[in-house]
Design a protein around this ligand. Structure first.
Ligand code: NAP
Length: 419
């Protein structure tokens, strides 16, 4: 495949996907697109690549990185925010990693992150939230958190269906809502912005199915559907109902609901079943703090998932260490939870751990578990000695503050020692 401005590495090979078997075929030297992104992305991206290269090499693998562009870099090179060839390169190569991309608030272009996820149909944003030994945390027992968040990635208020105050379109929608749909005296007079929140059966079921499959395959105890269905009955309420339906229809032997748990098992679930339960989102946010150990895998509509994963990330040490990845069918785009943190950009100070651990998720997805384990072990041992970047160093006594690149170099040395 040739592109206009993307250079394909000569020595690598493309990862392919067997759709019937639902398996990736990963060559010895896969080409992996990398998008550094904006702001601190340019600091943490190269640092993470060094660590991932070291882990790959130490376990007999090799990655052929292929730079692709979006955001500021793309504006310079292509004079657009998200070039089509970037989307195509990620689509074709199936496994990729990206740093954060800046989104202006209010006016300006729409989120490039949301656009990429939608264009590539990466419908599940998966964010594991687990404690690494030695990480300073604002809560008493951070080790109680060991959760995986599945956030729906393609719909909800992120669908981008909204109209700006003062436009003809928004007045047309107001008329339709008031006159045709009967919601008179509901919207205040004067300027209004209106958005639409689609939650579909299709989008909900494929996300919840993936979360339940994950829970079964990884011996997890429960999947919690997090919604605000008491208020938004036909969107978030429907998410809950369709979520339970998937469990009943697709996993009748492997799942039970909470009523059955209490009625038939007195609250003690058998080892081989996953309990499917639901919580209202506001309650869930306090349960995360007060009953942390009761939650295992969460499945959520887009907005709840966004709020909840940042909050959960704070409990285990902050955004600098919270990894994530966007999954579609036979496709992954790994990316940290954090954004481009413009005030820290270009200072070689941001914490690259979230980007490194996002890379670890990517390595697991391509079946390089040995390399992924090395990354985990090396990062944990680095942090446990409190040799960390500014964000963690300010929270621990006697820590040693390292730059992004120094931190990555030390993690690389640990990988070499551990291998
Ligand atoms: P942010 O970039 O995540 O940064 C918020 C704060 O979190 C930073 O000021 C910093 O806190 C801390 N932080 C984040 N990443 C860190 C790291 N690697 N190391 C150390 N500290 C880190 O959130 P934001 O300021 O709300 O958003 C900035 C831009 O990023 C916006 O344009 C937003 O749209 C975009 N964004 C993109 C993505 C994405 O690409 N997926 C995700 C979220 C946001 P302290 O300053 O207190 O140390």
């Amino acid at each position: 495949m040739s592109y206009d401005k993307i250079e394909v590495p000569d020595e690598g090979e493309q990862i392919t996907y067997d759709e019937d078997e639902d398996v990736l075929e990963v060559p010895d030297h896969p080409i992996i697109p990398v998008l550094h992104g904006d702001g601190i992305g340019k600091d943490v991206g190269p640092a993470a690549q060094k660590v991932l290269n070291a882990a790959a090499e130490a376990t007999g693998h090799d990655i052929a990185w292929m730079d692709v562009y979006a955001g500021e870099d793309a504006r310079e090179t292509y004079d657009e925010n998200l070039p089509q060839e970037t989307v195509e390169a990620i689509r074709e190569h199936r496994v990729a990693i990206k740093g954060p991309l800046t989104t202006p608030v209010g006016a300006g272009f729409r989120s490039l992150n949301v656009a990429l996820r939608k264009k590539l149909d990466l419908y599940a944003n998966v964010r594991p939230t687990y404690y690494l030994d030695g990480v300073p945390s604002p809560v008493k027992d951070p080790e109680e958190m060991d959760m995986v968040n599945f956030r729906e990635n393609t719909e909800d208020v992120y669908a981008g269906i909204e109209w700006e105050a003062g436009t003809d379109e928004v007045e047309e929608v107001r008329d339709f809502v008031e006159d045709d749909m009967g919601f008179d005296a509901t919207i205040h007079d004067g300027a209004v912005g209106i958005g639409v929140k689609p939650i579909t059966e299709f989008g909900t079921k494929r996300l919840v199915r993936r979360a339940i499959e994950y829970a079964i395959e990884n011996d997890r105890d429960s999947v919690t559907l997090v919604h605000k269905g008491n208020i938004m009955k036909f969107t978030e309420g429907a998410f809950r109902d369709w979520g339970y339906e998937v469990a009943e229809e697709d996993f009748p032997e492997e799942t039970i609901d909470e009523d059955t748990l209490w009625e038939e098992y007195d609250g003690e679930a058998p080892d081989d079943v996953v309990v499917v339960k639901d919580r209202i989102a506001d309650n869930m946010l306090q349960q995360l703090l007060t009953r942390t150990e009761n939650y295992d895998v969460l499945a959520m509509p887009n907005l709840n998932g966004d709020y909840l994963s940042d909050s959960a990330g704070a409990q285990i040490g902050g955004l600098g260490i919270a990894p994530g990845a966007n999954f579609g069918d036979g496709r992954v785009l790994a990316e940290p939870v954090h954004g481009s943190a413009p005030k820290h950009a270009g200072k070689d100070k941001a914490n690259p751990t979230a980007m490194i651990l996002s890379g670890k998720l990517m390595l697991e997805y391509i079946g390089w578990d040995d390399a992924a384990d090395l990354v985990h072990e090396a990062v944990e041992s680095q942090i446990s000695e409190h040799r960390v970047t500014y964000d963690l160093e300010r929270q621990v006594e006697g820590g040693v503050k390292l730059s992004t690149s120094e931190y990555a170099e030390e993690v690389v040395e640990r990988i070499e020692d551990l291998a």
